[in-house]
Design a protein around this ligand. Structure first.
Ligand code: G6P
Length: 598
């Protein structure tokens, strides 16, 4: 949420910075801006809108100078307007700041500063940081930042520069920030994808750390002004992985990458035994709580089915935002599993801290290596799904389900129970089955053409495929802005059935699993009321076909793994509908890929 870039080096800071900022646009795209330091002082250009449009209007990349800070915004305090766009300046125009996060006590600081004569030009919480640093500035930016941060409550990932100092000061608390070490140039970024073009060497700042970044190096201190040695890490992703490779959108590319990302999640982990390194004695775990947000919450719901059925341990699933404020009953003997693609979601991170405080063990199922959540949990399983850039999550979801399956099997194994060889074989077959569905993209496109003008959709599934219905509906609403609801098919009778008429497309997930017979009856109920039925059915299933108006066939698989297969047509359906509506699929309005505020 909000993307931050800093550049200091021999190159043109504006050109390098803007290219890097574009890679962070998925973090927020309601406004953007840049501050460049040159012989004339600090020059700022910013506006509302997306980076390319602002650049065309303001020629940001023609700005001269070797030091710059840049920002792409996802509005929290104050609407997306030019004056609320970052960077923000102090009163004298000598200090520029970009900030991600929320300064919780900003109004009391602002009031105080106003009394002291400061005048503000935006409605943002971030601007107070520039004025607070100005208040403490006595010729040393680092010192002023350290003093200012003593006064601040809340979260920040920030980069600051002063017109008289050839450096950028960066600080982090709750919002990710990394320093990229290049060849005679240094970068600061909210995440690793932005710096890959320049370097793979990165330093991850921890909470309450402040870095001084100069062309030739960097130093890090904590808020108590003590120096900290930081380890330089190698970023494992490649530049190639964050390119569209001929696909119209990242989302489409990521949907099509699934056979490969699935293979990467299971690679080397299925031998005679399940080989994952989970540093927890599973025999001591009596109960599991899974917590997450958005799409990751849907995979948690599927994980509950998989773990309970495979390992026999009771599992509860909670939204991270609800868990953390609920005074949760959790402690010794409990395992909290946090699922997060980005590894940065603020609510999920807070839920982990809460569970740890109460004595539970914690395990992360994370995609981004080295992310905050990955570092916070006791142990974890990486997805290895590769970078996911499209805001709507796709390949991370299917990899999360596979990782949860591996975890469930591992737990069973650790508890001394036999693992059925069929599931191990089927796990290996799943990537090929995913590919068979992707080969049917044109059939799904034809269905999308029929329905892209609809204003409502209902998605129905049962058992382990109920969360797939939720995920299908979420995909559609996120990127096409069509109202869609996911429901357990049997619950339809208790409300949603009232919505059904000839204008209501109803998507059924009705593959040949446990509740098949029941869901066929639910389809009849919709048909009897004139609803238009689209069904995801098992290859060769004539019955579902005879009731439905449109059929998407998927290959047969085991019930536990069916969500991985069944969700793919729903991802494609949502994608084609949104694309036919001419929408910006990778940057849906109001959404951000990585939600680092509460
Ligand atoms: C945002 C994204 C979703 C994602 C959710 C959780 O809302 O737009 O696609 O599912 O955050 O993100 P996480 O990175 O924790 O999985």
């Amino acid at each position: 949420m909000c993307g931050i870039i800093g550049y200091i080096g021999r190159g043109n800071a504006a050109a390098v910075g803007l290219a890097a900022l574009k890679k962070l646009e998925y973090r927020g795209y309601d406004s953007a801006g840049i501050a460049v330091l040159n012989t004339r002082g600090i020059e700022i250009r910013k506006d509302k809108g997306k980076i390319d449009a602002i650049n065309r209007k303001l020629n940001m990349n023609s700005m001269q100078g070797n030091i710059a800070i840049l920002h792409t915004r996802w509005a929290t305090h104050g609407p997306p307007t030019k004056r609320n766009a970052h960077p923000h300046l102090d009163c004298r125009g000598e200090i520029a700041i970009v900030h991600n996060g929320i300064i919780e006590n900003y109004s009391s600081i602002k009031e105080l500063l106003e009394k002291e004569g400061h005048t503000f030009s935006s409605e943002t919480d971030s601007e107070v940081l520039a004025h607070l640093i100005e208040k403490f500035y006595r010729g040393n930016l680092e010192e002023a930042v350290l003093k200012a941060l003593q006064e601040v409550e809340g979260t920040y990932g920030m980069a600051v520069m002063h017109k008289n100092e050839n450096k950028i000061v960066a600080a982090r608390n709750g919002s990710p920030l990394i320093i990229g070490i290049g060849n005679n140039e240094m970068l600061i970024a909210s995440d690793a994808t932005a710096i890959l073009e320049h370097t793979k060497k990165a330093v991850y700042l921890n909470d309450k750390e402040v870095a001084v970044v100069k062309q030739g190096g960097f130093s890090v201190k904590n808020l108590s002004n003590e120096s900290i040695d930081k380890e330089v890490k190698e970023i494992t992703w490649s530049l190639e992985q964050i390119e569209k490779k001929g696909f119209k959108h990242f989302m489409l590319k990521e949907i099509f990458e699934q056979p490969e990302s699935m293979k990467n999640t299971i690679r080397g982990r299925i031998k005679d035994r399940i080989k994952i390194t989970v540093d927890i004695d599973m025999e001591k775990i009596k109960r599991i709580v899974i917590t997450s947000c958005g799409t990751s919450w849907h995979s948690a719901l599927i994980g509950k089915h998989i773990i309970e059925r495979t390992a026999g341990i009771p599992v509860e699933v909670d939204y991270a935002s609800e868990f953390r404020y609920r005074d949760p009953i959790i402690g010794e003997g409990d395992l909290l599993i946090a699922i997060s693609q980005s590894g940065e979601t603020a609510d999920t991170l807070a839920a982990i801290k809460e569970a740890k405080k109460r004595g539970a063990r914690t395990l992360g199922i994370i995609n981004v290596v080295g992310s905050t959540i990955a570092r916070e949990v006791d142990t974890g399983i990486y997805l290895h799904a590769g970078p996911e850039i499209g805001v709507a999550s796709t390949k991370a979801f299917t990899s999360q389900i596979l990782a949860l399956t591996l975890f469930a099997l591992y737990t069973r194994q650790e508890m001394g129970m036999q693992i059925n060889k069929n599931i191990l074989n089927e796990l290996k077959n799943i990537p090929e089955k995913a590919k068979m569905i992707l080969d049917k993209k044109d059939e799904i496109k034809t269905i999308a053409k029929e329905f892209f003008k609809s204003s409502n959709f209902l998605y129905l599934g049962r058992g382990i495929n109920f969360p797939v219905a939720l995920e299908g509906a979420l995909k559609l609403k996120e990127i096409s802005y069509i109202h869609a609801e996911g429901y357990p098919a049997a619950e339809m009778k208790h409300g949603p059935i009232a919505l059904i008429d000839e204008n209501m497309p109803v998507v059924f997930i009705a593959t040949k699993n446990g509740a098949y017979e029941k869901i066929i009856s639910n389809m009849q109920e919709v048909k009897a009321r004139g609803g238009k039925i689209i069904v995801v059915a098992t290859e060769g299933d004539e019955r579902a076909c005879s009731i439905a108006d449109y059929v998407i066939h998927v290959p047969e698989t085991m019930e536990l793994l069916s969500p991985v297969v069944n969700v793919i047509p729903l991802q494609l359906l949502a994608y084609y509908i949104a694309d036919m509506k001419g929408l910006d699929v990778d940057k849906p309005r109001n959404l951000a890929k990585s939600v680092t505020v509460e």
